[in-house]
Design a protein around this ligand. Structure first.
Ligand SMILES: Nc1ncnc2c1ncn2[C@@H]1O[C@H](COP(=O)(O)OP(=O)(O)OP(=O)(O)O)[C@@H](O)[C@H]1O
Ligand SMILES: [Mg+2]
Length: 268
């Protein structure tokens, strides 16, 4: 449930990669503790970059990012005490699972975070086994993550973050490449974790699931600006804007059977 306690505050944030690629421009936004928010935008609009900024993997070059009242920058994250506390609170599931998985088997992958935190062995075992049961990963525990299918890897990546029990979950395309039953399981989990008080920030290209995984949507344009923010239904009903940012294809939408269920009532 969303409270009104400010968690993230971004003021005039801009970022470009060292190669010169612009990724975000003049981003102003706030996210409250306990909210569930989705980031929407076409390929390359800056969603993954924003999640990396929110996770402290990248630093804002322009503007400022505050997390729970503290500035997130190279200096604050170089402080071991702050960085440890921040990384314990904020879990990030990458869009590309191969960038996240590196242990020799699934059990060790999920145990990696708790072991790094120095938790006692019995506690690690309990945390890992709980997460394995929650996501139904029992049959994978001894397999090397790199030999799993794309969807199986995604679930293991989610599990490896959940075993740290973070307050804030940053999920980059968590349902990408998942079959319907697995997708449903993950959507239920996102909702359950949010009801338990966790802040959940997700990206997706699947407009069908937006209302299930978020209360509020933030929309990014292809030129990397935040162009709309509001309740999911309000955003999904704004068809002209969705066409403009390349989230809805006008041709596709003309055929009712292929059109997005939610968007059809935009004509009403
Ligand atoms: N490591 C990188 N080095 C250089 N440029 C990058 C890098 N990662 C992303 N970019 C560029 O930054 C911009 C924003 O990319 P980003 O990955 O944030 O987009 P996205 O909204 O997540 O897209 P998608 O929907 O395809 O995942 C794009 O122009 C992209 O080409
Ligand atoms: Mg991305």
């Amino acid at each position: 449930m969303a409270g009104d306690e400010l968690l993230y505050e971004l003021k005039n944030v801009g970022f470009h990669y060292p190669s010169g690629e612009q990724a975000l421009e003049q981003i102003d936004l706030t996210i409250n503790r306990g909210e569930k928010v989705v980031l929407l935008g076409a390929n390359g609009s800056g969603k993954s970059t924003l999640l990396k900024l929110l996770s402290g993997l990248l630093y804002a070059e322009e503007g400022a990012i505050r997390f729970a009242g503290k500035t997130l920058d190279e200096e604050s994250l170089a402080n071991e005490e702050f960085s440890f506390a921040f990384r314990r609170r904020v879990g990030f599931v990458f869009q590309n699972s191969d960038a996240q998985l590196f242990n020799s088997n699934v059990w060790e992958e999920i145990a990696f975070g708790p072991v790094q935190l120095g938790l006692p062995e019995a506690e690690v075992r309990r945390l890992v086994d709980d997460v394995i049961a929650m996501l139904g990963l029992e049959r994978f525990t001894h397999r090397p993550p790199f030999k799993l299918s794309g969807g199986e890897k995604k679930l293991v990546a989610v599990a490896s973050v959940l075993s740290l029990n973070p307050d804030v979950l940053l999920l980059d395309e968590p349902t990408g490449g998942l079959d319907p039953r697995t997708q449903r399981k993950l959507i239920h989990l996102i909702r359950k974790l949010n009801e338990a008080g966790k802040t959940i920030i997700t990206t997706t290209h699947n407009l069908e699931i937006v209302e299930e995984i978020a209360d509020r949507a933030l929309v990014f344009s292809e030129d990397h600006h935040l162009v709309a923010a509001g309740a999911c239904l309000e955003i999904l009903s704004n068809r002209d804007m969705l066409v403009r940012v390349n989230l809805v294809d006008e041709e596709f939408h003309r055929h009712p059977h292929g059109a997005n269920r939610i968007l059809i009532h935009a004509h009403d």
